[in-house]
Design a protein around this ligand. Structure first.
Ligand code: HPA
Length: 267
């Protein structure tokens, strides 16, 4: 754990209270409103030295610490992406802070394009695995042997089972699928989508994978859910744009919020 993360955890405890956090949540594009549902203390990233100054519209750069459905959570209302500053480890410090605050589990959310005809805009997908199509890695430069993180069971099976069970009970379709990380910020070409599809991916997006690697590095159990905002490039006639992502994300977000709330209630 870096010194900086311990210092930030001390600062956060002074403002938000010292009870340990249990679950961390990272909110993707258009999903930021979940941060407002938490009863607690909101700390702008700007007050947390070293936190990324996420400037992507549709992201809400604040950390909210408090109670959601009776569970103490840390909600990261803004994520930094590789494509902003060329840093694959942009979320390392926030995740180290989660760990320093006592967090043991992490739920990542994102907006993604679908490559499966049975998963469309407004649907959710639970990640079962990923393909790091970017070739980048947030642990490049990490000097310790801990960098050799096993990724065989990266997506936590008991968290996945709990989320799937809740989705069944709520009548929410939650197919499992494989997410490919494409660096962005330009969207993919249809040829790239055909390539990724052929390689076995079900959805594509510009985030999450580096955070999953970092989470496993930090020994956080992790689950990730995509909100499908569009069919991937070349798979439909609709025009892909960030405006469209932001407009569509709230459709799936309602279901996502239900899932996350029920998951936290059970805790
Ligand atoms: N590609 C990459 N990232 C995305 C997409 C997409 O089609 N939709 C939402 N985020």
């Amino acid at each position: 754990m870096s010194r900086n993360a311990e210092d930030l955890a001390t600062l956060i405890r002074a403002r938000a209270g010292g009870d340990p956090v249990r679950v961390g949540l990272v909110l993707g594009s258009g999903l930021g409103h979940l941060a407002d549902a938490v009863e607690g203390v909101a700390i702008p990233y700007g007050d947390l030295p070293g936190f990324p100054g996420s400037a992507v519209s549709g992201h809400n750069p604040k950390l909210v610490i408090g109670q959601l459905e009776g569970t103490r959570v840390a909600v990261f209302g803004g994520r930094a992406h590789y494509y902003e500053q060329g840093q694959a480890d942009a979320m390392r410090l926030p995740l180290e802070v989660l760990k320093a605050l006592g967090g043991t589990r992490l739920i990542l959310t994102n907006a993604a394009g679908s490559m499966r005809s049975d998963i469309g805009p407004g649907d959710l997908m639970l990640l079962s695995d990923h393909i790091n199509f970017s070739g980048l890695n947030p642990l490049i430069g990490e000097p310790t042997d801990a960098r050799f993180v096993p990724m065989t069971h990266a997506y936590d099976s008991s968290m996945r089972a709990a989320l799937s069970g809740i989705a069944d009970e709520e009548g929410i379709a939650l197919p499992e699928g494989i997410y490919a990380w494409y660096s962005g910020p330009s969207f993919e070409t249809p040829a790239e989508i055909r390539a990724i599809r052929t390689l076995g991916a079900d959805a594509v997006g510009m985030s999450t994978v580096p955070e999953v690697i970092l989470a496993r590095f930090l020994d956080l159990r992790v689950a990730a859910i995509s909100t499908i905002t569009n069919m991937a490039a070349g798979m439909s006639d609709e025009r892909i744009s960030h405006e469209h992502t932001k407009a569509m994300a709230p459709v799936g977000a309602k279901k996502l919020e239900k899932l996350v709330r029920r998951y936290l209630t059970r805790d």
